[in-house]
Design a protein around this ligand. Structure first.
Ligand SMILES: Cc1ncc(COP(=O)(O)O)c(C=O)c1O
Length: 399
């Protein structure tokens, strides 16, 4: 290939950085665009609570606006929010984080993930993660110049990732292991023993673990194990969490990262040049959520649990075998009974029966053969969606 001459315009595709060209457009967006143009659709697509933020939390933010608290905050986040976050983590999981230096308040876990990757990765560094996984995980690694490395997980083993499978993928370039449990899209939860085995692999190979625990509070009949709380791992862990899911605060855009000082300092450097500070009123709302939002969380969790039981039973009854999700608010049924690909299934289901689900392939190769159904919607809608899906499956059952 000949070099471009001075003054000669670049070819169109070369205007965009190659690492951006490498990203495939989110498989989720395509369905939302189609859905937006249709009427009467029941959406099990979007991964967010159907609740509005509890009013006392919103009201705290409204009050702060009335008082004129509309300036930037400290780059690291409001001291009170960092203190409350530290108190919460200590009370829930017994872990000590210093609000001055080990906590950064971010624009949701989304920003925290991006900062974590950019802070730790040099070009070509590898990050091991489960497949299927949340759509942003591999993209964030690629955008930071790294290489995502997939570890297959399967329905038969509850979509939990196995320490030996992780170890088998470690190379001289491996920098970190990225975990996200309770999991999007599968609803899988990792038990303490399995996490301890991963911690041992990380220790043996000197790897960082990034643990995205945004769904920590949404667990049903099982305990959430906070990875950073396992013995001896805190100094090699970046713990991410936030307010979007448990407090129904997706639109507020606030979350946090907790990590050893030098990592938080590096993440803060990037954050201060690109973001400055998370939205002020959202930080005020987050303080209120941590101080007085516990009862709301518990009420919503009980409600999600009722819907979870209905959708899992219903999916199994219509012939879509479904592993029992113990966390988050997703069911991830197998569509093998139909013989359709997950994209075909999702597109036909939307067009023929007006039910929106997300193709499993959007979450990685091992998601093929499954669809993600978010049950953070009313019981009446879940029941109607199941009726429609039942009709659809009987029409498309594999011959
Ligand atoms: C696993 C996971 N991590 C992170 C996020 C992003 O969360 P936030 O709203 O805090 O940016 C999501 C959102 O769906 C998610 O499912």
């Amino acid at each position: 290939m000949s070099a471009r001459q001075v003054g000669q315009p670049p070819e169109k595709h070369k205007l965009i950085a190659s690492r951006v060209n490498r990203l495939s457009p989110s498989g989720i967006r395509k369905f939302f665009d189609l859905l937006a143009s249709m009427e009467g659709v029941i959406s099990l697509g979007v991964g967010e609570p159907d609740y509005a933020t509890p009013w006392h939390i919103s009201e705290a933010a409204v009050r702060s606006l009335e008082k004129g608290y509309t300036m930037y905050t400290s780059n690291s986040g409001m001291p009170e929010l960092r203190q409350e976050t530290a108190r919460y983590l200590k009370e829930k999981y017994g872990i000590d984080y210093d609000p001055a230096g080990e906590i950064l308040i971010t624009v949701g876990v989304s920003e925290a993930l991006d900062l974590a990757m950019r802070a730790i990765l040099d070009p070509g560094d590898e990050v091991i993660m489960p497949d299927p996984h949340y759509v942003a995980y591999d993209s964030c690694v690629i955008l930071a110049g790294g290489e995502p490395v997939m570890v297959p997980t399967r329905q038969e083993s509850g979509f939990e990732v196995d320490a030996a499978d992780i170890e088998a993928r470690i190379t001289a370039k491996t920098k970190a292991i990225l975990l996200g449990y309770p999991a999007n899209p599968t609803g899988a939860v990792m038990g303490r023993e399995k996490l301890l085995a991963i911690a041992e692999v990380a220790r043996r190979h000197g790897l960082l673990v990034i643990s995205d625990e945004i769904y920590a509070r949404l667990v049903y009949g099982v305990e959430h194990t906070c990875y950073a709380g396992l013995p001896g791992v805190k100094d090699s862990t970046i713990l991410l969490g936030g307010f979007s899911k448990a407090y129904a605060m997706t639109g507020w855009r606030v979350g946090y990262a907790l990590a050893p000082r030098e990592i938080i300092a590096a993440m803060t450097k990037i954050h201060q040049y690109t973001i400055m500070s998370a939205p002020t009123m959202a930080q005020v709302a987050a303080i209120e959520a941590l101080k007085t939002g516990e009862a709301d969380v518990q009420e919503m969790v009980e409600d999600y649990n009722r819907r979870r039981l209905v959708i899992v039973k219903g999916l199994c009854e219509i012939g879509l075998s479904c592993f029992e999700p113990r966390g988050a608010f997703y069911a991830f049924p197998s569509i093998a009974a139909t013989g359709l690909t997950s994209e075909e299934f999702s597109e036909k289901l939307l067009l023929e029966e007006k039910v929106a689900v997300v193709p499993g392939s959007a979450f990685g190769g091992c998601g093929e053969g499954y669809v993600r159904c978010c049950y953070a919607t009313s019981l009446a809608e879940i029941e109607e969606a199941l009726n429609r899906m039942g009709r659809f499956v009987s029409r498309h059952r594999r011959k």
